[in-house]
Design a protein around this ligand. Structure first.
Ligand code: ACO
Length: 381
């Protein structure tokens, strides 16, 4: 028998400190900080590019650095034609998250810095990935509809370009500002599942594209980023606020998992929800769809009363994306267009201070027993 002492075990790694980071702090009491800056202040005053620069470099950019960063992102947006052709080969019904994951993987060999994990090379790759993840999403989506991708609009920011690449219209300033805030809210969240997947991959000294490919696959799941697409299906199914309480009671009676509720870390509310709720309210007034927020609020009150569980950011993100006229299948990819900044910052940090991430498992299988297999394998008796 093994003499190994029985290690502590926490199912799902709940509460486990799996590493150190200077990038982001999630406060269980409804707070969130990017490199020492309060998310509420950043959401109000910063741009997404400024936040992405901060996450990657550790400090806010000067005006000159920000302009250069914006130009580098704009210049890196177009995809290699081979990647565009690959997107055309995928079945039309391919989910945009699968297109994104496949696209990130295919972009790898086109990057001249692919196998250089030095700090500077990783920052260069991160800039290209921040640019090209958005392009993969929007070009892939148009290709899946049988349409040609639109050419780049280099004067637009990441937020503005997401609208432009959908239908070729330059968005109004208020829409760009709103999307900027949404992207800031989604940009990082310490050791969430997709970021942790990226760090595990990077910790083997695999490259940044391998890490971001792992992250894209992990984000897709409905318990993580996929929840913002599932939440929209739920809200559509509910339809009106007078149906919300009964809908929730029926779902809870069936022991269903309600999308957009619960969180592993937050116990007193998700720090991002009040900001996303206000965006939803403002947007509802602007576009004349004011029932989404009351539906969500009724669900929130019912869930609080029945299970003491709080809404997470994905509950309100769902109607926000719908009111901004993005199809629900793009909800999770737009989350990725933002979170790629956080993923890359974590890969840079992992490579700069690397130690292989390799936990143990608790063996619960049979005791050691004699082998009585029947297949002859050529070994001597
Ligand atoms: N609906 C119904 N019950 C829930 C929900 C929910 N959304 N979330 C948690 N619970 C219940 C669980 O059933 C469990 O109840 P029990 O103790 O009676 O068995 C209790 O609350 C604790 O839940 P856990 O599953 O242990 O919480 P965990 O930390 O493992 O999971 C998670 C967190 C995955 C986010 C979970 O709350 C969930 O599945 N939520 C729905 C999906 C979702 O919205 N994901 C987005 C997360 S935020 C983001 O990724 C940006």
């Amino acid at each position: 028998m093994s003499t190994e002492p029985k290690p502590a075990f926490s199912p799902g790694l709940a509460g486990v400190i799996a590493g150190e980071t200077e990038i982001c702090w999630v406060d269980p009491d409804a707070g969130l900080m990017y490199r020492g800056y309060d998310i509420h202040e950043m959401a109000d005053k910063a741009s997404f590019e400024e936040v992405a620069y901060l996450l990657l470099n550790g400090q806010l950019p000067t005006m000159g650095e920000l302009q250069r960063f914006r130009m580098e992102i704009a210049a890196a947006r177009p995809l290699p034609k081979e990647v565009l052709n690959m997107l055309r080969l995928l079945p039309k019904k391919t989910h945009p998250m699968d297109m994104l994951r496949t696209g990130v993987s295919m972009l790898a060999p086109f990057d001249p810095d692919l196998n250089d994990n030095s700090h500077d090379a990783n920052i260069r790759k991160a800039t290209r990935l921040i640019a090209q993840v958005s392009t993969l999403i929007m070009d892939g989506y148009r290709i899946s509809l049988g349409l040609d991708p639109l050419s780049e609009h280099p004067d637009l920011t990441v937020a503005g370009n997401l609208f432009y690449k959908l239908n070729g219209e330059v968005p109004q300033d208020w829409k760009v500002r709103m999307m900027d805030t949404i992207l800031i809210l989604y940009a990082d969240h310490e050791f969430n599942a997709s970021t942790f997947a990226a760090r595990v991959t990077a910790s083997t000294l695999a490259d940044m594209y391998a890490a971001v490919t792992s992250a894209c696959g992990t984000l897709k799941g409905p318990l993580h980023g996929g929840a913002n697409e599932e939440s929209m299906k739920m809200l559509d199914d509910i339809g009106t606020s007078d149906r919300a309480e009964k809908w929730m009671m029926d779902a809870l009676a069936k022991k269903a998992k309600i999308m957009g509720f619960g969180h592993r870390v937050y116990k007193k509310g998700d720090s991002r929800v009040p900001i996303m709720r206000e965006i939803a309210r403002d947007l509802g007034k602007r576009v004349g769809k004011e029932d989404w927020v009351p539906i969500c609020e009724t669900l929130e009150a019912t869930m609080e009363r029945e299970k003491h569980l709080c809404a997470n950011v994905d509950l309100y993100a769902a109607p926000v994306f719908t009111m901004l006229e993005f199809p629900p299948a793009l909800n999770t990819p737009i989350f990725a267009a933002s979170r790629v900044a956080g993923w890359c910052a974590h890969v840079v940090e992992q490579h700069d201070h690397n130690r292989l991430i390799r936990p143990r498992s608790l063996y619960t299988g049979p005791e050691m027993r004699p082998y009585k297999g029947v297949s002859p394998n050529g070994a001597k008796k």
